[in-house]
Structures are given as structure tokens and as C-alpha cells.
Write a protein that binds this ligand. Sequence first.
Ligand code: SF4
Length: 310
Amino acid sequence: MAEIIRASEMGFCMGVRRAVQIMEDEATPQNPIASAGEIVHNPHVVEELERTGVHQLPGPDEVEGDFGAVTADRVGEGRIAITAHGVGERVLHDLEDAGLNIIDTTCPVVTRAQRYAQKFVRDNWHALIFGDPGHKEVRGIMGWAIDEQGRSGVTVVEHADIEHLRDVIENFPGGFPNKIGVMAQTTHKIDDFARFVGNLMLLQREANFEMHVVNTLCHATTGQQAAAAELAHQVDVMVVVGGKKSANTRHLRQVCESEGARTYHVESAHELDLDWFENAERIGLTAGASTPDSSIDEVEDRLVALVGAR
Ligand code: SF4
């Protein structure tokens, strides 16, 4: 018999809840809308929205890349929803030029990061984003960091260690800029961003640059990570529920592992394996910001069935 304990903060965040609500309000099966890429990195939410009339276009590449392919006759009633991750400025204009009505569900926290990137570049500071260059949110932010001549003024750096940063500075094409604006992908871990900024400060002694830092991390994500870390200390096993492609869910798993908890990441209840909980007296449960309550409840119910207690 094991005790199952939920993290004090987990699951759908404000931004995802808001985006899903807007799309549900706008779409019906008779009057559908299209979404510009994956709505959230969670297949259960995507399937549910599909049933209510929100049809997902193939993926972010279509949105960020050859946008001529997206025309009003390809999307339901000519209405297209921008997802909570946001898109770049040119993409927005391309959508308008294609004659589409835009339903913008970009999370306000992401919009704030986009505005900072835009302001940095307009003020002649090179934007340096700590993030994953392939992530949809980051690509959208990059799409706002364009100067008045249409040139990109942004670099995305994936790792926080000092050797990597030194390498970025020394091999920067055309020489490292002397004014950099530092920010982060909203869902990154606070400890990693602090290390990123701290190492850049150390490198200011070697390379001559000014630095302006803005904290673009999302409070919802930071709060979930702190709650997961606290719980991971108290339990034998942590279960993290969320899409395998969800960056913030993967970060939750890393947080739990770095606290020393044996941690398993599942997308749905059927992945749970009784062997994982052998001799476990306390099992912690947390979930990413794109994980709906229904998925969390299903996993908890299955855990109860497997280990026999709540
Ligand atoms: S995790 Fe944060 S930034 Fe991302 S959608 Fe949710 S509230 Fe917005």
C-alpha cells in the first residue's frame, strides 16, 4: 500500500487554459477553425479539440516556412488560430495577406518575451536567447527580433556551461556584439538561466560587451518546478504526466531527477508499470503545463489500482 501525493502546483497553466478556451469558444464541428501547428504538445488535448472543430495544420514548419501553401480555402471558414507558443511577425503578416481571419491565442507571457526581443533589436542590442532553437516558441520570438532593414538580430544558445559560452563568443560570425540583451525561453529552468547569466558575467572579463538581462521565465512553470522539486524530496518515486514533446514536462522530469527521485515520464495511464513502484511507500505525481486534468486523474486512478492506496 503506497501513498500517492500530488504536487501543490501542476497541470494546465494559465496560457494553455486560455488558448484552449478561446479555441473552444470559436469552433464548432459545423464552423471549424484551423490551428497554426500543434496547439499544445499533448495528443489528448489535440484529439479533444479536433472533435470540437479545431483542425490542426500539419506542423510548425508549414507555418514558419513556406507560408504560401496556407490559403483561406485550406482552413475552416478562413479562420486560423495562432497557438499559445506564438509565431513571428512575418508569419502574422503572411496569414493576413493570405486573407485569413486570425484568432490569436499567444500566451501573454510569450508575447512579453517577443516584445523584449523586438525592443532589444530596435535599440541596437543583439538578442541572446537561452533556449532550444528548434522549439516553436523560440522560433516565434526569433521572428520578432528583426531590425528595420529586415536582418535578424538574435542568437539562440542552448547550453549554459562556460566553455560553450566562450566558444559562442570566440566564434561569433563577424565578432561578438558589444551590446547584448539576454533572455530565456519561457519554460526553461530558473537554475539553468541563472547559471547562463552568471557565466556570461564571468566572461565579460575576457570579452568586451555590455549586457542587459530580462527575466522572461514563466512564473507558472517556475512554480511547478519548485513544487515538483519539493515533492521529489519527500517520495520514493515521482511520476511526471505530459506529452513526450512538451519541453516544460521534460524539464519537470529533469528537476525531479536532479533532486534524486526515481522518476518516470508518462503520456498516459497505460504506460505505468507495476515494477516501477516495488517497495515504494510514497509516490509523487506532477504534470506539465499542457497536461489536462483528465490525463492526471486517469494516471492517478491507474496508480491507485496498481499500488492499492491514495
Ligand atoms: S507555460 Fe507559461 S509561458 Fe507557456 S503557455 Fe503556460 S503560462 Fe504561458
